[in-house]
Ligand binder design. Structure first.
Ligand code: ZN
Length: 335
């Protein structure tokens, strides 16, 4: 399908940003879903990754035992939610080290962002969701820490990144470049303070973000980020893309959700902040390629609390993607 800039503009104008897209998905919530027990699944070998392709937009694909869920898309946008799963199958032992905290409701939030994009643009982002609880698999770590020697967890990890790889290839072929969002949620800081800002991770540390514009606005810092390709494509300078008026954080802030970095909150100010994990490194453009990545850490209050809050957030988030994409990657908007 083709979606022209005019169509994006038309849709963005006629749909107010406060429209709440209700979740009309009638499927059971993940913790209620009965995963079919396959008595033949205790195998040591698996089909080659990609055996279930080719992947058609509007279709959903599942990895083994439905631990991983992939909605194939046709827009130049990828959404990934590695920490929102709830499945705790007996066949996979609990992980024994690393973080195991679930990012509450990020599975639902990410699907609502997808539904909002479909309703507003008529096209689909690529969406990859891990349905395993983080006690069983961490899809935002390298394979060793992620799966901790369990072959079923490892298979799910491989499927997760395989689907992302498929999405990236299709976008680079159809559009030349695109955006990857790794969707997370942050809780209270260890000292009890709850930072209600969205933490947007570009692989720059909090102390680097606390540097002045003059010090930070260099090619060296730009080349360290997960949006390197996007900055190279943009007519704006690195610091403008990172935290100027047309930055993702500033646009999201202007739509009601405070974010770091942005014009109003250029850095975390010495406070706790997550700069981006394994997925942002692997699937962003720091090390090449044309897909740029942002790790999104949303607080729970006002966003991940219930369907009303995450629908409102999704509406603002999708508007932000649209504005950010067209301002910085406009030359590849139509396929
Ligand atoms: Zn997370």
């Amino acid at each position: 399908m083709t979606f022209s800039r005019q169509r994006w503009l038309f849709l963005i104008i006629i749909f107010p940003v406060t429209v709440i897209i209700g979740c009309e998905d009638s499927e059971k919530t993940p913790d209620e879903t009965v995963v079919p027990q396959d008595t033949t699944t205790k195998q040591d070998t698996f089909p080659s990754l990609g055996y279930d392709g080719p992947y058609y937009p509007d279709s959903v694909y599942y990895g083994r035992e439905k631990y991983v869920e992939y909605y194939a898309g046709d827009l130049p946008i990828i959404l990934s939610a590695p920490h929102g799963g709830r499945l705790t199958p007996d066949e996979i032992p609990d992980r024994t080290y690393g973080t195991t905290v679930t990012d509450d409701n990020t599975y639902e939030l990410t699907k609502t962002v997808m539904d909002t994009m479909v309703a507003r643009f008529g096209g689909r982002p690529h969406v990859i969701l891990c349905r395993l609880k983080r006690t069983k698999l961490d899809a935002n770590r390298d394979s060793v820490e992620a799966a901790q020697d369990d072959k079923y967890a490892l298979r799910a990890w491989q499927e997760y990144h395989h689907y992302i790889g498929i999405a990236k290839k299709k976008i680079e072929t159809d559009y030349g470049s695109g955006l990857f969002f790794d969707m997370h949620g942050h809780g209270r800081n260890p000292d009890g303070f709850y930072d209600l800002r969205n933490w947007l991770g570009y692989l720059l540390s909090g102390s680097e973000l606390d540097l002045s514009d003059a010090v930070l606005n260099t090619n060296n810092f730009k080349n360290e980020t997960s949006i390197r390709a996007l900055v190279d494509s943009s007519s704006s300078s690195f610091i403008e893309v990172l935290r100027g008026a047309n930055s993702f954080g500033a646009i999201l802030d202007s739509l009601g959700f405070k974010s770091v970095p942005s014009v109003n909150d250029p850095g975390p100010g010495g406070m706790r902040y997550f700069s981006g994990g394994y997925n942002t490194v692997r699937h962003g453009s720091k090390n090449g390629g044309m897909i740029s990545a942002i790790q999104v850490e949303a607080p729970k209050p006002g966003i991940r609390e219930n369907q009303t809050t995450w629908s409102k957030y999704s509406s603002a988030f999708v508007s932000t993607i649209y504005i950010y994409y067209t301002r910085h990657l406009k030359r590849n908007l139509s396929n």
